[in-house]
Design a protein around this ligand. Structure first.
Ligand SMILES: Cc1cc2nc3c(=O)[nH]c(=O)nc-3n(C[C@H](O)[C@H](O)[C@H](O)COP(=O)(O)O)c2cc1C
Length: 178
């Protein structure tokens, strides 16, 4: 099984990357092939809405890191979205990558991938994750993808704190269970 993991935090050693690594550890133990893509560091241009790609029948005009990512996305069985909670949603760098899905929209819709969402938020309040989860479900329903698991790590103060919660083990088990 091929898995593409899209991470969304600029903090390399932050909480959501820790969760991503635990997920990957589980998936790799199971023998799955994992490609990790750091949306916060990659050279990804904004979708210009120019429609030169004609929503998937022609290549995107940008020649950036999406060229390589695109091959992984269209050949993956599972796409994993990992993000810190930023103002009740995903980070802008992850969203920027998702906007570029426009140029491979039909290919993704035909594949009917499984997907996973992993988020980490500081707030204790459960409702803070609701808008992100709804957004994720709406994207899935548009792209004919199937949710294989959501982990919302809530009330997290630091990586040290995260390690004392059940969330990293949940990510590890989810990686193994796909
Ligand atoms: C720009 C920004 C916006 C944030 N917005 C929220 C928010 O709306 N709700 C929340 O609970 N935490 C919010 N946080 C806190 C982060 O979600 C939290 O610290 C998370 O663990 C960071 O993930 P990371 O360690 O992977 O970068 C925000 C942090 C930043 C830097």
């Amino acid at each position: 099984m091929k898995i593409t993991v899209l991470t969304g935090s600029p903090r390399k050693n932050g909480t959501s990357n820790y969760m991503a690594d635990e997920f990957i550890r589980g998936a790799e133990e199971k023998g799955y092939e994992v490609y990790k893509f750091d949306t916060a560091r990659a050279d990804i241009k904004n979708c210009l809405g120019c429609n030169a790609c004609q929503m998937g029948s022609k290549p995107c005009i940008h020649k950036d890191d999406f060229v390589e990512l695109r091959e992984h996305l269209v050949n993956s069985d599972v796409i994993v979205f990992v993000t810190p909670m930023y103002y009740f949603g995903m980070s802008s760098t992850l969203k920027k990558v998702i906007d570029r899905f426009y140029s491979i929209d039909p290919q993704l819709r035909n594949k009917q991938n499984k997907t996973v969402l992993i988020s980490v938020q500081h707030a204790q309040q459960e409702f803070v994750k609701d808008a992100l989860n709804q957004h994720y479900q709406a994207i899935l329903s548009w792209l004919n993808m199937k949710n294989a698991g959501i982990i919302n790590a809530v009330g997290i103060e630091s990586v040290e704190h995260l390690k004392q919660t059940p969330y990293p083990n949940q990510a590890y088990e989810l990686g193994k269970s796909l």
